[in-house]
Design a protein around this ligand. Structure first.
Ligand code: ZN
Length: 77
């Protein structure tokens, strides 16, 4: 009378393993790490009033967007 125990087991072998080997998971590239100086020789300035960004030697005299003076600019990069 041990038939009931055998019926409880399902055929597990019918589904093939589809997961890649563990080595495949290490290939995830770190994104946005390459963003750094080197590609952009000029410093970037940011208007603290409106968020305007520009890359040049120094901040502009007046923000072209909100007309804020250059002392409202901060070094962004
Ligand atoms: Zn501005």
């Amino acid at each position: 009378m041990s038939q009931a125990v055998v019926n409880g087991r399902k055929a597990v072998g019918s589904i093939p393993e589809r997961r890649p080997p563990p080595d495949e998971r290490k290939k995830t590239k770190p994104s946005l790490v390459t963003a750094g100086p080197g590609n952009l020789p000029l410093p970037v300035w940011r208007c603290k009033v409106c968020g305007y960004l520009c890359a040049r030697d120094g901040p502009p005299e007046v923000c072209p967007i909100c007309k804020a003076k250059k002392d409202r600019f901060e070094r962004f990069m």
